[in-house]
Design a protein around this ligand. Structure first.
Ligand SMILES: [Zn+2]
Length: 310
């Protein structure tokens, strides 16, 4: 009954296939929060990963509520998806995907990139090439959305994109909710096609809602370093990253949150949850990763050593 409208189009057998498959979604922002909504309604099991905290300026385009502000996105979304579909399996990780925890993606039948940075995309690209997995790249900025299905043996992400610093971000260039939601819909549709063995287009889709244009861009395999088996992102370490928004991320060794709570409570009010705690401008998880709202990297580092220690 739940899937009857969808079954008319994809068939009962394909619905059963969807119910058995698992998709990993990396990044739960403007695209990811909508993509997981669509996929949970479609009956697909999910592994969801996001390193960020919900901020007020996210609500214009991301599927969160006001009560989610200041909560980790991965945990806020998990409660939301459970209310949408209690029959699917959801594993959620409020973590930064790195080469060290990349195996979170191992059990997925398909990986969706909904991140906002090239570094994680290169990491996903290397992981998928090495493990013969398929993935879908998605991005949106201003009024433009881009989607591409990457398959083994064809052109890879690195055949197209180079490492360029200082690209425009949604923070500076802006983005419309209509753009990100169309991007998410195309990505979710492509994902369902892949899981049910339907053809997807080989080209990269690029649309601009400003002038209602849609382009299909042919991509050539250039046999880049990654194609040749040089997976440099599977061993790259990052220590401090500026996340999208006002938070800085600092990664450290795992920490005993209860002990930290007792220590910080002597200084002021602490909000304590099972997986993380919040004190002033700091949110820290039990694996040692902290998100710190700060003006600059220096202040973030200083607050980290002042309240958490090194
Ligand atoms: Zn390549």
């Amino acid at each position: 009954m739940r899937y009857s409208r969808q079954e008319i189009l994809i068939g009962e057998n394909n619905q059963k296939i969807l119910n058995e498959k698992t998709i990993a979604v990396v990044g739960l922002g403007a695209i990811g929060s909508v993509t997981v909504d669509l996929l949970s309604r479609a009956g697909v099991n999910l592994i969801i990963i996001d390193r960020d905290i919900v901020e007020l300026n996210n609500l214009q385009r991301q599927f969160f509520n006001e009560e989610d502000v200041e909560k980790p996105k991965a945990l806020a979304i998990r409660s939301r998806l459970k209310k949408i579909n209690s029959e699917i399996k959801i594993s959620s990780f409020a973590e930064d995907l790195t080469f060290e925890n990349i195996n979170l993606l191992s059990k997925a039948d398909l990986i969706l990139d909904c991140t906002d940075n090239l570094e994680t995309r290169f990491l996903i690209n290397d992981f998928c090439l090495k493990n013969n997995k398929e993935w879908i790249y998605s991005a949106a900025i201003k009024t433009i959305g881009t989607i591409k299905h990457f398959k083994p043996k064809k052109a890879c992400f690195k055949c197209i994109f180079k490492e360029i610093k200082g690209l425009e971000s949604c923070e500076t260039a802006g983005v419309l909710a209509s753009t990100t939601m169309i991007t998410a819909s195309i990505q979710a549709d492509m994902a369902i096609k892949i899981l049910t063995n339907k053809e997807t287009i080989d080209e990269m889709i690029r649309f601009d809602i400003k002038n209602s244009e849609i382009e299909k861009i042919r991509i050539k395999k250039i046999n880049c370093e990654a194609c040749k088996g040089k997976y440099e992102y599977l061993q790259r370490k990052t220590t401090i990253v500026k996340s999208c928004g006002e938070y800085f991320q600092i990664t450290n060794k795992p920490i005993n949150l209860k002990k930290l709570k007792n220590k910080l409570e002597k200084l002021g009010k602490v909000k304590y949850y099972e997986e993380y705690l919040q004190y002033k401008n700091i949110i820290i998880f039990n694996n040692g990763r902290a998100l710190i709202k700060a003006k600059n990297e220096k202040q973030a580092k200083s607050d980290f050593s002042k309240f958490i220690g090194n």
